[in-house]
Design a protein around this ligand. Structure first.
Ligand code: HAM
Length: 435
């Protein structure tokens, strides 16, 4: 795709394409998405999280207050528009502010209990697309509101690692850090700015700009010339207040006790301004350049900033596209159990009746529907990925049987139609239970 969006010439025939930075998710990839989504719901439910579905667009002020008016996302990356009624709206670039908006709107914090939510859905950022980075992408995220306890941070980090591990993603790397809060951040920022001033001449142009706008972002620089400078800059983790240090040590203590491997990365500052104290990221070497699978942290103060009480919060979000890219081969399941093939076209009514029966017993099946030869139907059965073909012929039907062909082994045998569903379930799933 080219950087400049092409306009169709008058009258010229132009193939229609999905917009730059968006993707269609088509079988067999879509089955991988479904299996991730299914496993996600199961894992998160075990930790007491419930799903929340918020609108795809919000009043722009939700992200100005939540993501932050001066953040790179709000300044440069949002799909922001005025609708026909003159409302200033933004397609959500992240899930945290909408969840807090809904939490406040529906007074979900009135009981003062910890509220736990998860979400799965599309997010929109006008970024430069590349593999693993899109303009419409999907996040799976969680937010827990109402507790400052380090145990909650540890539980959420542990849940993220367990979840990605259970999905089969290999070589996970967890990095954690603390970015302090109002107790220690202002004094640290002064030290950081002073230290950066000494090295301005050695820093890249980009980092000099970051020094002006948001000095913490210098730590994100990948420029080789910035690396020796970054080594010499003061790290916030060495300037935490005693209570924030104790909070961080407690989070790390839990992770160590549970055998969750982690590295303390003093350079980790995360790209969003609302983080306070714990921040973390998980990456996998199964991904290429965009190796960050998941990121999150604590955001005490954000609920208040968005108009609520002083409710602390912690959460994370992972990129669904990146998870799917990192999954091991063969993680998807076949989308069909069997393909029904007829020896002659006049047997279609019997094929239809059989499929209605099989579906009623919980099996997934289809047929050719094109009046094609048996050979062409068998080829279609192969292409469909179904592990079995059920072949109906007049002689077999008169005896109340069919031929069941297992596609991988090529092995074929006669099966009574009465017990076909049970035999299929047994062969495919190792159970005789159907329906
Ligand atoms: P984030 O680091 O901006 O955090 O995004 C989280 C994850 O979303 C990233 O690690 C990445 O996997 C995925 N992601 C971000 N941008 C793109 C993109 N353009 N294309 C594909 N994947 C992408 C947040 O959004 C915070 N709301 C996370 C959070 C929740 N913190 C606390 N609660």
């Amino acid at each position: 795709m080219s950087e400049t969006e092409q306009q169709p010439e008058g009258g010229a025939r132009q193939a229609l394409r999905a917009p730059r930075g968006t993707r269609d998710v088509i079988s067999p990839e879509v089955e991988r998405w479904q299996s991730v989504e299914g496993a996600t719901r199961e894992t998160f439910a075990r930790y007491g999280f419930r799903e929340m579905r918020t609108p795809i667009f919000e009043d722009s002020v939700v992200f100005e207050k939540g993501t932050g008016e001066t953040s790179q996302i709000v300044q440069k990356e949002t799909y922001r528009f005025t609708d026909l009624g003159g409302h200033d709206l933004t397609l959500r670039p992240e899930g945290t502010p909408p969840v807090i908006r809904a939490y406040l709107e529906h007074k979900l914090g009135h009981s003062k209990d910890v509220a736990r939510f998860y979400y799965i859905g599309p997010m929109f950022r006008y970024e430069r697309p590349q593999k693993g980075r899109y303009r419409q992408f999907h996040q799976i995220g969680v937010e827990a509101l109402g507790s400052e306890s380090a145990a909650l941070d540890a539980e959420i980090i542990d849940m993220a690692m367990t979840w990605l591990g259970d999905l089969g993603i290999e070589s996970l790397r967890l990095v954690v850090n603390s970015v302090g809060d109002v107790d220690d951040r202002p004094a640290y920022m002064e030290k950081l700015v002073d230290a950066q001033k000494v090295f301005l001449g050695e820093m890249s142009e980009d980092s000099r700009r970051r020094h002006e706008v948001n000095p913490l972002r210098v730590f994100d620089s990948k420029e080789p010339e910035d690396q020796p400078v970054i080594e010499k800059l003061p790290k916030i983790i060495d300037h935490l207040s005693p209570q924030n240090r104790a909070h961080f040590d407690e989070v790390c203590g839990y992770l160590s006790d549970w055998g969750v491997g982690y590295t303390i990365e003093p350079r980790l500052v995360r790209g969003l301004d609302y983080y306070r104290r714990t921040v973390f990221e998980i990456s996998s070497s199964a991904l290429g350049a965009q190796d960050s699978l998941l990121g999150g942290g604590r955001y005490d103060g954000l609920v208040e900033q968005m108009g609520g009480d002083d409710v602390p919060g912690v959460g994370f979000a992972a990129g669904l596209e990146r998870i799917v890219l990192a999954l091991p081969e063969g993680a998807e399941t076949a989308s069909l159990d069997c393909y029904v093939v007829t020896v002659s076209r006049d047997l279609m009514p019997q094929a239809m009746a059989l499929m209605r029966d099989l579906r009623g017993r919980g099996l997934r099946c289809t047929a050719d529907f094109q009046d094609r030869s048996m050979k062409a139907q068998m080829k279609a059965a192969n292409r469909s990925g179904a592990p079995a073909a059920v072949i109906l012929g007049p002689d077999e039907l008169s005896k109340g049987v069919c031929n069941l062909k297992m596609m991988e082994s090529g092995e074929q045998h006669e099966v009574s139609l009465e017990i076909l569903a049970t035999v299929l379930a047994e062969e495919l799933h190792g159970t005789g239970h159907t329906g």
